[in-house]
Design a protein around this ligand. Structure first.
Ligand SMILES: [Zn+2]
Ligand SMILES: [Zn+2]
Length: 388
């Protein structure tokens, strides 16, 4: 695992943007967040490793995988094949005799960390076990538990599974700091879907403000250790010189805040945690586009489409826009589209018209920047400009 001193780049790459069935232009859900060269993956639908191979994301750099919910098809069916490839999986034996090399490797490596709801651990454990798959490096599953989740029934670890997996309880309805290091933290909260589902909030620690050397150097020259004094000021500290002069470092700026939601018809429980996000990623599975979508049924209305979308546990673009406005998000990215909306809007004018129509619906409730994700779309998340 790479130690991170600061984030020079924070990049998002959409590896899959389809709900339900994949299409020729959209694969199942997966999102890569690149923190400098490390990669964190959010969801891992079927064939995610193929998408990784076709992208700039390096499979060997994946450190952590966050699962929003255990709907197999479009969110987790790609996880076991990805683990097998990432961790040099090999076939085991039918009687369960382990390859002793597995333990040798496991003792010397940090495990790949997987976070997800109840069921994630059993899915990975049993999937590997019943397919006779041994991994050449360890993994661990941390489960974000709801009070209603049943207790663990199976304590038999897979040979490749680290025993350090945690069951993380909620505090005041959220999971705070499920991961934290000196420059980035991850918290989470439940969001409403047809099955238990999680939204993740990734927050960068406050960033040191810009130093104006001309302001400080004349004073620092009079100190015995100007370099260390400079570095303390750079971190926003204040110090008093021997002649009583007070020097104050520049104020820190807020770090970037990304909110990555899984499937939802109502993400209200995460609203407070997600407030003032620099970027919100929200699903928009179905839309009513009567003038644009030739598959529109004659009897459909905005109300009927929204009711049907909600009943299936999903959102319309208007619902996504309303939530982005509610939390004061600076930017909204829509994803998880019905396969009826082609994802080649960069080259196909008809697909472009449909995706613009979807963005316009979100604009009814939200005035910030709106982007409709397509597979392999990749961009850097900018640093917030306002001072603290
Ligand atoms: Zn889904
Ligand atoms: Zn789902």
């Amino acid at each position: 695992m790479t130690a991170r001193r600061g984030l020079s780049s924070l990049n998002l790459t959409f590896l899959g943007t389809a709900s339900a069935q994949p299409s020729l232009t959209r694969n199942h859900s997966a999102l890569a967040l690149r923190l400098n060269s490390d990669v964190w993956l959010f969801d891992c639908g079927e064939a995610t490793q193929h998408q990784i191979q076709r992208s700039q994301v390096k499979m060997g750099k994946i450190e952590k995988i966050f699962i929003t919910h255990t709907h197999g098809w479009d969110h987790i069916f790609g996880l076991l094949p990805l683990l097998a490839s990432m961790l040099n999986g090999a076939g085991g034996t039918a009687d369960g005799v382990e390859d002793p090399r597995t333990h040798m490797v496991q003792d010397s490596l940090d495990p790949i960390e997987i976070y997800g709801p109840f069921g994630t651990r059993a899915y990975v454990r049993n999937g590997l076990k019943h397919t006779h798959t041994l991994l050449g490096a360890p993994y661990v599953v941390h489960e974000l538990r709801l009070p209603s989740d049943p207790p663990d029934g199976d304590h038999n670890l897979h040979a490749s599974e680290s025993p350090t997996g945690r069951n993380i309880p909620q505090t005041n309805g959220v999971w705070s700091d499920v991961y934290r290091d000196s420059i980035i933290s991850v918290s989470a909260a439940p969001i409403l879907h047809s099955v238990p589902c999680i939204g993740y909030v990734v927050t960068e620690a406050p960033i040191p403000g810009k130093m104006d050397p001309a302001k400080y150097i004349p004073h620092l020259k009079r100190t015995k250790t100007p370099m260390s004094a400079m570095s303390r000021l750079q971190q926003g500290e204040s110090m008093e010189l021997s002649d009583g002069t007070m020097l104050h470092g520049p104020l820190k700026r807020p770090g970037r805040k990304l909110v990555i939601l899984g499937d939802t018809y109502d993400p209200s429980p995460i609203a407070e945690l997600a407030s003032s996000a620099d970027l919100l990623i929200h699903e928009a599975t179905n839309a009513h586009l009567p003038a644009l979508d030739s598959n529109t049924k004659a009897e459909d209305t905005f109300e009927s489409v929204e009711a049907r979308t909600k009943a299936r546990g999903h959102s319309t673009p208007q619902m996504a826009g309303a939530f982005a406005a509610r939390i004061g998000a600076k930017q909204l990215v829509l994803n998880h589209f019905s396969p009826r909306y082609p994802g080649n809007d960069d080259v196909d004018p008809t697909a472009k018209t449909i995706m613009e129509g979807i963005a316009h619906l979100a604009e009814e409730h939200y005035s910030g920047k709106i982007t409709c994700a397509r597979d392999f779309m990749s961009f850097n998340v900018d640093v917030t400009q306002e001072s603290a």
